[in-house]
Design a protein around this ligand. Structure first.
Ligand code: 13P
Length: 257
């Protein structure tokens, strides 16, 4: 089953986020058995969006969490608060956090561990910058980011991990990446995960999805690659018709196998 995640970033007011949640819920079937759909509003909109989603199959995700369980961390939001709200998925290490607030690999590792402690699925974001791509470092960077986040983790008995491959230079650019190029990075990520966790564990528990200027026009190309297990959508997730068209494409792609 493919996974479609919408990252609403800091683009909406709470009223706009509630309306978008209602529109997405209204446009999708009441039950979804062939695709998983997650939306990630900002912290302040999480509870209102949860309520606006009502009984819809759309699942709540957060855009970040604090690496610590509780304590004197002004301005942070803990995993247990997110779990209280009903958050099931959490983005970790998005490139915008790596660059804007200088999240480093040790912090990202701690956040992944914290997500597990609070029974949430971490969605680890990795990807190379344009400069790293030009220097031929794409594979090295992506492998390093996956290893730093996932090596030496204490894995709970039942858990799932998602890695989102998001080339930094593609995010928000409208640039179309060749799905074959994306698939190559996915292959490297999957092999790295198999090396870290054993092939059986990685294949059972890890999903690798693609993000970066995904829209309803280019999604079919990505999902035609079996190594791409879904998508992480930014800009196009802010329009209910566009986002639900992406979800529909993911369902059809799944039906084709
Ligand atoms: P865009 O889809 O707007 O390129 O954003 C991708 C992204 O950063 C999702 O996390």
């Amino acid at each position: 089953m493919r996974t479609v995640i919408g990252n609403w970033k800091m683009q909406l007011t709470i009223a706009e986020a509630e309306q978008l949640a209602k529109d997405v819920a209204a446009a999708l079937p009441k039950r979804l058995t062939d695709v998983r759909v997650v939306v990630c509003p900002s912290y302040a909109a999480l509870a209102p969006v949860r309520d606006a989603l009502g009984g819809s199959p759309v699942v709540l995700g957060a855009q970040d969490l604090c690496h610590e369980e509780k304590g004197a961390y002004t301005g942070e939001v803990s995993g247990r608060e997110l779990a209280d709200i009903g958050v099931k998925f959490v983005l970790i290490g998005h490139s915008e956090r790596r660059s804007h607030v200088h999240e480093d690999e040790a912090l990202i590792h701690a956040k992944v561990q914290r997500a597990f402690k609070n029974k949430m699925t971490p969605v680890l974001c990795v990807g190379e910058t344009r400069d790293e791509l030009d220097k031929g470092l794409r594979d090295v960077v992506v492998e390093r980011q996956v290893r730093a986040a996932f090596e030496k983790l204490e894995l709970p008995a039942r858990c799932e991990m998602i890695v989102a491959y998001e080339p930094v230079w593609v995010i928000g650019s409208g640039t179309d990446v060749d799905p074959e190029d994306a698939a190559r990075s996915h292959y490297i990520i999957r092999e790295t995960l198999r090396d870290i966790f054993t092939p059986e564990t990685a294949d059972r528990r890890c999903r690798v999805i693609y993000g970066g200027s995904v829209d309803k026009g280019n999604i079919a190309g990505f999902l035609s690659r079996p190594v791409i297990d879904g998508v992480l959508v930014g800009g196009a997730s802010l329009s209910a018709p566009e986002f639900t068209a992406i979800v529909e494409a993911a369902r059809t792609a799944d039906a084709k196998g």
